[in-house]
Design a protein around this ligand. Sequence first.
Ligand SMILES: CC(=O)N[C@H]1[C@@H](OP(=O)(O)OP(=O)(O)OC[C@H]2O[C@@H](n3ccc(=O)[nH]c3=O)[C@H](O)[C@@H]2O)O[C@H](CO)[C@@H](O)[C@@H]1O
Ligand SMILES: C=C(OP(=O)(O)O)C(=O)O
Length: 509
Amino acid sequence: MTDDYLVRIGQLIRDARQHRGWSQANLGQALGTSQSAVNRIERGHQNISLDMIARIGEALDSEIVSLGYSGPMHLRVVGGRRLSGAIDVKTSKNACVALLCASLLNSGRTVLRRVARIEEVFRLLEVLNSVGVRTRWINDGLDLEIVPPAELDLDAMDQEAGRRTRSIIMFLGPLLHRMDRFRIPYAGGCDLGTRSVEPHMQALRRFGLSVTATDGVYHAVVDRSVTPGRPITLTERGDTVTENALLAAARHDGTTVIRNASSNYMVQDLCFFLELLGVTVEGVGTTTLTVHGVPHIDVDVDYSPSEDPVEAMSLLTAAVVTGSELTVRRVPAEFLDIELAVLEEMGLDHDRSAEYAADNGRTRLVDLTVRPSKLEAPIDKIHPMPFPGLNIDNVPFFAAIAASAHGSTLIHDWVYDNRAIYLTDLNRLGGRLQLLDPHRVLVEGPTRWRASEMMCPPALRPAVVVLLAMMAAEGTSVLRNVYVINRGYEDLATRLNSVGAQIEIFRDI
Ligand SMILES: CC(=O)N[C@H]1[C@@H](OP(=O)(O)OP(=O)(O)OC[C@H]2O[C@@H](n3ccc(=O)[nH]c3=O)[C@H](O)[C@@H]2O)O[C@H](CO)[C@@H](O)[C@@H]1O
Ligand SMILES: C=C(OP(=O)(O)O)C(=O)O
């Protein structure tokens, strides 16, 4: 291997080690070697065999390099290019995964229109297929047809696929109506620090579900003599917990009141879908949902999930950081109200079209044209709140936007333990972000972005933010192992290229 390769491999190893939170000594110990040997490897001063690379990858739980086409996908970004034209927002990951789980309530055929072809959906489809649900892409791969079997074979479940998504937790609500005992794997998803499932258990206990967790598996038992009775008050106004409670209430023979419910976009999509299944949901868009369930659902149903506000925010951010004029079409503006108000205060020059209805007939969309603007840092901190507050998943995009603005911006992500930390990866690209504590980042702008080569942070939104900053940086950057981006965005590189970006997809060796 040439010295250059040794240096690059060394950098990848250092990145992977730091992402794991390990010191060189920790890695040395795991490999049965010394800290100084690890130091030499990371600086590219030590010849290293493929076998050693594989061992390091295993120790760090990260594929450093891989052989063959199916290895991790990387992006090579030629930055500093202006974007132009128009780009459409796709349907949301978070509604699609909830609707896939909801299809388990129905004995009939479910068709979901324009489902985003993303890894998170693929994982859930693998799980559904493994337990006997027939799914196929129809209409040239645009739409998804789902037909459940009379009996699910949960013992055959693809545990590996299940463990890679947090959404598997939303099997609990539908399954408790189908069987008295069952097992599902622990919920996974982005590495954002501890994410409690306790609120789910607290809500579903009211439907007679008790769960014990051992060896990576939830063992669920249902006591059918237990019914919710009085209103269920959620201890957290979380999205998936609200969805799980809705899924359980949908086939409960009676009325269930859910208080402190999330009224966020994916919950609304689920409510509209449940209505098509014959379930009545009062209070959609509010924090109290009253569900009139139906014990047996056997209908052929056809639903169009709405557009993704977080993807819309990502595309708007792409325009802002590259100083471009870009039209983002099909933006679910009602779920970006605060974000747009803040951007307006910061000085973003933009136009909105008149509103029009999404294909579900309910969600309101607009086309937004963003123009190059001289942005000022916002006076107040950026912080998320459950809807109708600023969307939790949109907070990371404000780090890139704040870095483009004049002045300092405080970003307070109180929600996740790790997500704000990953934003400091922007410093590798010339950003000036100071981590004040695990939840608060101070961003100084404006930024002269510079190209760099780095690993994707293991969290979806920070990873996209890094990609967007690479698009703004003059020169060629490399972003390695972008599975986490593909988890939530369909063909992002190709679609950004269609409006003027230059991003090449490649794999190792
Ligand atoms: C598949 C899906 O839809 N995923 C979304 C969903 O995940 P999900 O519903 O799984 O979110 P979590 O349950 O992990 O909640 C996110 C975090 O917020 C905290 N929390 C939440 C509500 C609350 O009232 N108080 C509180 O403290 C939780 O403890 C947790 O730390 O919602 C998250 C928060 O919007 C989004 O980032 C995810 O994209
Ligand atoms: C945190 C996210 O997703 P998930 O709940 O699927 O991990 C996200 O969409 O940013």
